[in-house]
Write a protein of this length. Structure first.
Lengths: 110, 210
């Protein structure tokens, strides 16, 4: 009887832990499937994948962590980052150079 | 910190891989060393420009196959004709060719004279046997053009994505964002920072409010 008293709570704990792990796993990689990407996005993903494969393991792990963080952001925040990226891409060479300098200055002041 | 060490740490810092203490030491150095500050900005520009260079160039469909076919075609006749072709090349060098022919005729003539008939075994192997040896020589010849071309070929876009790409395609679509996430999160704050030692401090250091 005493043994049952230990086994039951432990089993419940394991079930809860397994459920959380499953949830976390599903959450970490939630996103679109390959078929849901537009041809342009598929092309971009393939190009970036080539680049990713050339990165060292540590950098890849870092990117995967960032991706998980990125996925967990509210949609409007993700949208804001995408807009910022598009804005950055729209900068000409001079503006990008200036942005780089500002970034360094900003970073040094943190 | 000395400039040499600061410059050694710069690319690591730009990759966001410098540890906190080193990062702070580097920042302190950059704050008072204008030369290193410029160097860092330049390095960042170079790395950004390099990152923007496409590593793959889309090729017209069939170019790879056509190239490989052309290389094989260029290689194949050479391998087949090495036996005769190799000998025929001597025609382009008449003096050594005539000297060699004279030597062969002299040996054959001497043998004929001694035995009173055609030589049974000559020190010079018959041309036919060389011809059959030639392909094996050609086969053992190391790296062919085809092998080099195959090694260096560009990676074409596959019809089916590799498993890790298919598992999380958004990761790769958004890769540039992930690589520059700090800049993008603080985009507005960075834009409002002044370069000349600026009075306007960054408005935030954590995640922006939106």
């Amino acid at each position: 009887m005493r043994r049952v008293g230990i086994i039951v709570p432990m089993g419940m704990l394991l079930l809860v832990a397994a459920g959380r792990a499953h949830h976390a796993d599903a959450q970490s990689w939630e996103g679109r499937g390959w078929e849901q990407l537009s041809p342009e996005e598929q092309h971009r993903a393939w190009q970036n994948y080539q680049r990713y494969r050339q990165l060292p393991d540590r950098k890849r792990q870092q990117l995967e962590q960032r991706y998980q963080q990125f996925q967990s952001l509210p949609p409007q925040e993700r949208q804001r980052l995408r807009q910022n990226y598009e804005a950055y891409r729209g900068l000409d060479a001079g503006k990008r150079r200036e942005f780089g300098q500002k970034y360094e200055r900003w970073k040094s002041k943190r | 910190m000395r400039c040499v060490r600061a410059q050694r740490w710069m690319t690591t810092a730009l990759d966001d891989e410098l540890t906190g203490r080193r990062r702070r030491a580097l920042d302190r150095h950059l704050a008072r060393c204008e030369a290193c500050h410029r160097e860092l900005a330049l390095t960042d520009r170079v790395l950004t420009a390099l990152a923007a260079v496409p590593t793959e160039v889309p090729l017209p469909a069939g170019l790879e196959q056509a190239t490989l076919r052309a290389v094989r075609a260029a290689n194949a006749p050479r391998a087949e004709t090495v036996g005769w072709g190799g000998w025929l090349e001597w025609l382009g060098h008449p003096v050594p060719a005539l000297a060699a022919l004279s030597a062969v005729l002299a040996i054959a003539g001497a043998a004929w004279w001694r035995t009173g008939g055609p030589p049974v075994s000559s020190s010079v192997p018959p041309v036919a046997s060389r011809s059959t040896d030639a392909p094996s020589t050609a086969r053992s010849a190391p790296p062919t053009l085809v092998a080099v071309a195959t090694e260096r070929r560009l990676v074409p876009e596959p019809s089916e994505p590799p498993p890790d790409l298919a598992a999380a395609p958004d990761l790769f679509v958004d890769l540039p964002i992930l690589l520059n996430i700090e800049k993008l999160r603080n985009f507005d704050a960075i834009l409002t920072t002044t370069v000349d030692g600026g009075t306007r401090a960054p408005e935030e250091s954590g995640p922006p409010s939106g």
